[in-house]
Design a binder for this molecule. Structure first.
Ligand code: BCO
Length: 565
């Protein structure tokens, strides 16, 4: 038994990082799609076995802390035990079956990890959502997905109860709390009483595993459905080279539990490498707490949206020389070259960029050790073949602006979403020739580095959140002051972009104080939908620009915001 240069104690063939370890052929290369794959049995239980055999160091698999001084440290053995119990809770107590949909709306509590792995063990398709959601957001998700179960906390249980009668498919409500609630099963006590004996399903790599809701220009969020193959992507040598995690690493991904970035960064990537997943509960975002945490705990790697790094830099902390931090990665929104440079100067640690979407997971990045081109999001990560394409799917030459396209024909690489669930029309809309067209604009240079430019459509990317303008316009329309509105992206020094609403008032509100009305409308949006979507900028106008057919010209407003008109 030896520790390979990849940092793995006797990793199975397929876990080995081919180019780094040089230790024989890996079972799967970057382009293989094995017929069967299951992250719980193939990865988590593998590390459990390594622990049992004394072949993995003493670091926990999950290390969770909060501001109150509570701490949870679970080994891989405990993770296996607890997730098998959770799997039995789902199948035995709740009667859920393979293929059923389960909404998962939890903050950063250890049970989030248990629920996900238990779903993978049982083939239940989990659907993470942010805890910022309100009753209407939850209702939409439960109805459109026909979810049979939901797992959430005390805070959101009343919101769920207020809409549950409108969700005929919903049979099981599981509460993660120290208290009980009528009509809800107590997840924590059930786990204690359930058996730890469970046989993991033998999932086909292309069987469905998860659904991530993602916003578009029109209508409500779409359901990007992923197969178990998404988890296999974290095995790929090139993908693991992005972070080059080792068993001794303590990895902290700050993404909210509702996003695919949390699933990859807080679960798949670190556990594929046998590393420790570090979690701070962080119910509210507070850069001071992040700085303190990076000083207090032996965190070696960190992944967060650019807005998080910007806010840390703005703290003017006496020192940002974190004792154990070696590597930082960022993604979810654009990062300016000067921000990358400032982070390096202040912390002494390089900040690498990656790029991905709910539809693709991480698909492009500056791999650890690769030359950083400040402002670039790096190169395509195999097996993805990423090209800049025109609207017909033709590949454009280097340094030409176009859409970011991922080749899906003749072979759809695993990791690219299967489809938008129950929405063949939208699924077909994003296919462009041989490519999945991401809706993001970029260029690629002669060396294969990609340079992000913005969205091709009206979707807003504010501090790493993808926000559909229609979702905000619909929320505004519920307020009596709003005759009509147009919501667009507007530049912002901290969040990159923010939501801006142009509002035409109804006659009764024309004489109202505008500052007061702005606050009232912002509060209104925060109360009817997830608050991250609220318009941070509001402008009252007498009319909105429209086409001759009466369609609002959002692009005209957006261009004005970015000074392009
Ligand atoms: O700024 P305000 O204070 O006016 O409002 C904030 C919150 O205070 C407020 N809020 C939050 N929960 C609330 C609430 N208000 C009422 N009730 C509640 N329950 O609403 C506003 C929320 O906005 P925010 O979340 O943007 O604000 P915050 O707290 O400043 O957080 C900043 C960031 C940077 C931490 C946050 O924006 C963030 O986490 N961004 C990253 C998102 C991300 O991870 N994206 C990755 C997506 S996956 C992907 O891109 C694919 C890559 C493979």
């Amino acid at each position: 038994i030896h520790r390979s240069r990849c940092g793995f104690y006797p990793a199975p063939q397929y876990l080995r990082c081919q180019s780094l370890s040089g230790a024989g052929a890996p079972r799967w290369n970057d382009y293989d799609t094995p017929e069967e794959f299951n992250f719980a049995s193939d990865v988590l239980d593998y590390w459990t076995q390594m622990e049992k055999e004394g072949k993995r160091g003493p670091n926990p698999a999950l290390w969770w802390v909060n501001n109150q001084g509570d701490e949870v440290k679970w080994s891989f053995r405990e993770m296996t035990d607890l997730t098998r119990r959770a799997a039995n809770v789902f199948t035995q107590t709740c009667g859920l079956q393979e293929g059923d949909h389960l909404a998962l709306i939890l903050p950063r509590v250890p049970e989030w990890w248990l629920v996900i792995v238990a779903c993978i063990r049982t083939g239940i398709v989990f659907m993470p959502g942010t805890t910022q959601m309100k009753a209407k957001d939850i209702l939409y998700r439960l109805q459109v997905s026909k979810a049979k179960g939901i797992v959430t906390t005390d805070t959101l249980a009343p919101e769920v109860d207020s809409v549950a009668s409108e969700c005929p498919a919903l049979k099981t409500k599981l509460l993660v709390s120290d208290h009980s609630r009528k009509g809800w099963l107590d997840f924590r006590s059930l786990i204690k009483s359930e058996s730890p004996v469970h046989t993991c399903i033998k999932s086909k790599t292309l069987d469905p595993m998860a659904i991530f809701f993602t916003s578009g220009t029109t209508g409500f969020p779409k359901m990007a459905k992923h197969s178990h193959g998404l988890a296999l992507r974290s095995f790929f040598p090139s993908c693991r080279k992005l972070l080059q995690l080792k068993t001794s690493d303590v990895f902290w991904c700050l993404s909210d539990t509702g996003w695919i970035l949390a699933f990859g960064g807080s679960l798949l990537e670190p556990w594929t490498a046998g590393s420790t997943v570090f979690v701070h509960h962080l119910p509210q975002f507070d850069p001071k707490v992040i700085v303190q945490t990076l000083f207090k705990y032996p965190i070696t790697q960190c992944f967060a949206a650019p807005s998080v790094f910007r806010k840390i830099l703005q703290q003017n902390s006496a020192s940002l020389r974190f004792p154990t931090l070696e590597h930082c990665c960022t993604g979810g929104e654009a990062l300016l070259p000067e921000e990358q440079e400032l982070w390096r100067r202040q912390t002494g640690v390089l900040l690498y960029q990656a790029y991905g979407q709910s539809e693709t997971g991480i698909s492009c990045g500056t791999l650890r050790g690769m030359k950083i081109k400040p402002g670039s999001m790096g190169k395509a990560i195999p097996p993805y073949d990423i090209q800049i394409i025109d609207d017909k799917g033709n590949i454009l030459p280097p340094n030409t602006e176009g859409n970011i396209g991922i080749r899906i024909k003749p072979t759809r690489p695993i990791g690219v979403f299967m489809c938008y669930e129950s929405n063949p029309v939208k699924t077909a809309e994003v296919e462009c020739g041989d490519f999945y067209s991401s809706g993001d604009r970029a260029t690629v240079d002669a060396e294969g580095y990609f340079w992000f430019l913005g969205r091709a459509d009206d979707v807003i990317n504010a501090s790493g959140y993808r926000i559909g303008p229609a979702e905000v316009e619909n929320a505004l329309a519920e307020h009596p002051a709003v005759a009509e509105s147009a919501v667009v992206s507007s530049p912002d020094p901290i969040r990159g972009e923010v939501v801006k609403a142009f509002i035409v008032l109804t006659p009764n509100f024309l004489s109202h104080d505008r500052d007061q009305l702005t606050k009232e409308l912002q509060q209104h949006v925060k109360s009817v939908t997830a608050p991250y979507k609220y318009p941070r900028k509001v402008e009252f106008v007498s009319e909105l620009p429209k086409t001759i057919t009466g369609k609002i010209k959002r692009s005209e407003l957006r261009k004005k915001e970015f000074g392009q008109m």
